[in-house]
Design a protein around this ligand. Sequence first.
Ligand code: ADP
Length: 767
Amino acid sequence: MSQIYPLVCTRGVVILPGQDIVIDVGREVSLKAVDNAQDNYEGKVILVSQKDVSVEDPGQEDLFGVGTLCEIRHIRRFENFMRVKFRGLHRAQLSQMEKSANGDLIQVDLLQSIRQDETEEQALVRMIIDSFEKSSNLDKFLPKDVIMELSRGIGADQLSDKSVAVLPLALERKQTYLETLGINDRLEMLIQDLEKEKEMDEVEKRINETVKKRIDQGQKDYYLREKLTAIKEELGDVVEQDKDAENIRQRLENNPYPETIKKKVKDELSRYEMLPMASGETGIIKTYIDWLMDLPWWQETTDIKDLNQAQAILDADHYGLEKVKERILEYLAVKQMTNSLKAPILCLVGPPGVGKTSLAKSVARALDRKFVKISLGGVRDEAEIRGHRRTYLGAMPGRIIQGMKKAGVINPVFLIDEIDKMASDYKGDPSSAMLEVLDPEQNALFSDHYIEEAYDLSHVLFIATANYLENIPEALRDRLEIIQLSSYTDVEKTHIAREHLLPKQLEENGLKPSQLKISDEMILYLIRYYTREAGVRQLERTLGTICRKTVLAILKDHKKSITLTKKRIKEWLGNEKVDYGHKEKKDQIGTVTGLAYTSFGGDILQIEANRFEGKGRLILTGKLGDVMKESASIALDYIKAHAKEFHIDPKKFEDCDIHIHVPEGAVPKDGPSAGVTMTTALVSCFSEIPVKANLAMTGEVTLRGNVLPIGGLKEKSLAAYRSGITTILIPKENVRDLDEIPQEVKDAVTFIPVSNVKQVLKNALVD
Ligand code: ADP
C-alpha cells in the first residue's frame, strides 16, 4: 500500500534501517521537506541518495530507486542550515515524485526483508561472528555496541544492516545492500566485504612496516640514543658516560683521524653507551677508546734540515767520539738526501756509561724531534712488545705503542735500549716482533694485539743500543747499522768530567763554578781510585756527591768556596774504593794476568794455578764455561807434550793434582782468549819460575802451541791500562788492531806481538 512522505535527497550517504546519522541539511527544498515532515508527517521522511553528488536540483531520474523511511530524532537550527539527526526505519521503493510549496513529496511502498533458507542463514551468521572474533582489527570499523549486540545474538536482518552501516564501503555498494531484500544474499555480500577489508588491512599493515623499515638507519640510531639518554636520566644514571661519549665524538669530528680509526672508535662508542655505567666492561672499552684517540696518528714535528747545526749540537753535548759523530751525521745526511725511510736502523754498541743514550738524545735535539726511550732489558715475552689481546684481563698495548703515545707525534726519535738483553722463551720470541718494528719494509703496518688496527711506524727514527754485539739476535743484527763506542781512557774521562759532567752537576746543585775548585789532578784521582768503569756513569755520580757535600759545607759551615783535596775526598767519600793498578804487586809463581772482554767493557782477569800431591787430576773452579775448560786441557796437554823443553820432570804430571782457579768465582766466564794465560800459569807452576807482575796477555792457543787472534783488543788494552799494566802480549795477527788504540794507552803500555807459546813464555817468565 503506497504512502506519501516528504523527500530529502542526500549526497553520498545511504542510510540503512536501524542506523542513526547526522546530516547537515542546506538545500532550500530539503529544509522545507524537513519542516513539512515535522509539521505534517509525525517527523517521518524519505531519504534517498543522488546517483551523482554534483547535481544541484535532482529530478527523479537522478535518484536511486530505493530509499529509506526515516524518523527525525533531533534538529538544531543554524543560520542557513539545519543539523538533523535521522534514524533509518524501513526500506522504501520509490514511485511517484511530486513538487509542492512545502518541498518535494514522494510516493513509496515500504519493503520487507525476505528470509531465505534458515540453516544457510545460521551458517552465514556464524561465519560473520567468527570472522569478527578472529580479526581484532575489525573493531576499528565496528563500534563497541555493535559487537556487544552481536555477542548477544541479534537477528540476521539487523546484523547485516548494522554491519554495513559502519563498514567503509562505496556508495554504490551500500545502495546495493539497501536494494537487496534477501537476508542471506546480504549476509553473503557482507562476508565478501569483510574478507576484502581484512585483506586491505593486511596490505596496509605490510606497507606501513616497509615504510617504517626504510627510516634511515642513522635516524634510528639517533632515536635510540635519545631514548637511552631519556631512560638513563629517568634512572638518575646520567651522565658522565654520555658526556664522555659526546666529547669523544666531537674530537673525532674535529681531528683528522684515519677513517678506520674513526669507524672503530664509533663502533666501540656504541657498545660503551649501551652498557650501564657500573658494568666493569665500560671501563675496559673506555680505556681502549682512549688509547686509540691518544695515539698520535697525524701529529708531526718538522725536522731541522741544517746539518751544520746538527753537528754543532752533537759537538756541544759530547766530548770526543769524533768517528761516532761523523757516522751519525753521515747517516742523517743520507736519510735527508734519499728522503728514504728505508735506511737501516742505527745501533750504538758499547759498554755502559759511554754516552749511547745521551747521543741518541742529542740526535733528537739536533733534528728538533721528540725523544722517547724504552728498554728491552729482560724482556722475554712477545706480548711486552706487541701487547696483549683485549680479551685478557688488564690487557695493555706493548711497549712500542706505549712509547708512541708518550711521544705524542708520529716521528719521534725512539731509543730502544739494551736490545741485546732480550731473552726468548716459551711465550714467544720478542726478537721476531722487534724485527717487524725495525724492518722498514714492514713497520708501516705494525700490529699491536691490543690496538688491533695497524699502526704506521715508518716515520719514526729508531736508534738501538747494546752492550755486546754478539748478544744481538742474528736476524736483528742484519737490520742494524752498527756504530761501536768503546771505553774511555783516563785522559778522555778527565776531559768529559771537566767539560761536561762537572758543569752539569754544578748547575743541578745550584753552585757557581767559583764555589767548587777541582784540579785535573783531583779528577784523575777520583777516576782512578773511586771509579773503575768503562764509561763515566759512576764518575758522574761521584761528582754529584761531591757537589752536594759542597752545598752543605757552604750553607752549614759558612764556607765561601771549597777546594777539593785528597783529604777532603777521603772525608766525604770514604777510603779509596778501587785499588788502582789492580795487579799483582810482586812477581809470582803460577799467577798470570789475563784480559777479558765483557758487556761492561774490558777487564783484567787473574788466573791462578796450583799443584799438590795427587793422581794427575785437573780441577777447574771459578764458573768457567765449556770453551774455557777446553782451553785448560789443551794447555795441560801441550805442556805434557813439551815437558822436556820446559825442564819439567814428566813424572810430576802423574803424582800431582792440578787446580786452576779464576777469581771472582761467582761471575761466569767463557771464551778461548785465556789460552795463553792458562798455559803460562801451568808452566810457571810446574817449573816454579815466577811470572812478571806488570804484564798481561791475551790469545787463543792451539794444541801445537800456536797463538791465534782474539777480539776486543781495544777494550782489553784500555782495561789493562786502567789497571796500571805496562806490557801486554798480543797475538801477532792482532797487530792491525793497534791503530784503534788511543795514543795515550800506547804511550804507557808496550804491546809485544807473539805467534807461539814459546815466545809467550820467553816474555812472561822472569829470566
Ligand atoms: P749509556 O747509554 O752508554 O749507558 P749514558 O748516555 O747514560 O751512557 O751516559 C752516562 C752519562 O755520561 C751521561 O750523563 C752522558 O751525558 C755522559 N757522557 C758519556 N759520554 C760522554 C761524552 N763523550 N761527552 C760528554 N758526556 C758524556
